[in-house]
Write a protein that binds this ligand. Structure first.
Ligand SMILES: CC(C)(COP(=O)(O)OP(=O)(O)OC[C@H]1O[C@@H](n2cnc3c(N)ncnc32)[C@H](O)[C@@H]1OP(=O)(O)O)[C@@H](O)C(=O)NCCC(=O)NCCS
Length: 173
């Protein structure tokens, strides 16, 4: 069933408590992020952040996405080469999540569509990295026509000390 009255809006400071509550549900359901951050608000406002959006349904936050400087994405050099632009010509899609109850209705696709159309992108090519575990996220990007450019071991470790496999994707446009 579609999410009622879905609206994608710029994220304001006043949304942050509701975004953290939504993130908590996602963490408990999917282990995303793998380790719950000491300061979730800071995790949602990382260095290199460009802009952020929320998906709202009846005033409730059901999803979130942000754009970061391209250099913050894993495999930035490979992505820049594939796109034929310098790393500064990339913008990274980051912190994308949808609450479990709102899934399977296109909320993530709506968030990505909004990011594609934003002036904050300033003509930069969109890129992202993702844990390469065949999850909904990987299926979503491939269904929307994103191209896999690189994959390998992450530069970071999970809370249990494992280096997961990650993959990097270039947007269709
Ligand atoms: C990845 C994630 C954001 C996808 O959110 P979503 O809003 O459910 O995404 P979509 O609705 O576009 O697609 C989800 C599924 O619903 C299906 N779907 C989409 N619209 C649909 C519709 N109208 N009717 C029926 N099914 C639909 C899709 O085919 C997809 O199926 P699949 O997972 O078997 O491939 C969400 O699963 C999530 O938050 N995961 C945890 C956090 C995470 O991994 N983030 C990515 C970090 S890189």
């Amino acid at each position: 069933m579609p999410v009622p009255d879905l609206m994608i809006a710029p994220r304001y400071a006043a949304h942050l408590d509701r975004v953290v509550a939504a993130l908590r549900l996602v963490h408990e359901c999917d282990g995303y992020p793998m380790a719950w951050p000491d300061n979730p608000t800071a995790w949602l406002t990382p260095p290199g952040a460009l802009d952020a959006w929320v998906a709202l349904s009846d005033g409730e936050v059901v999803g979130h996405v942000m754009l970061v400087e391209g250099g913050k994405v894993e495999y930035a050099a490979e992505l820049a080469e594939a796109a034929g632009v310098p790393v500064t010509g990339l913008a990274g899609v980051s912190r994308l999540f949808v609450t479990p109850a709102a899934r399977g209705t296109g909320v993530a696709a709506a968030l990505l569509e909004r990011v594609e159309d934003t002036p904050a992108r300033r003509g930069r090519r969109l890129v992202l990295d993702v844990v390469d575990d065949g999850s909904s996220a990987v299926r979503l990007y491939e269904r929307l026509g994103w191209t896999r450019v690189a994959s390998g071991e992450a530069t970071w470790t999970t809370p249990t000390g494992v280096r997961p496999r990650t993959a990097a994707y270039l947007s269709p446009r």
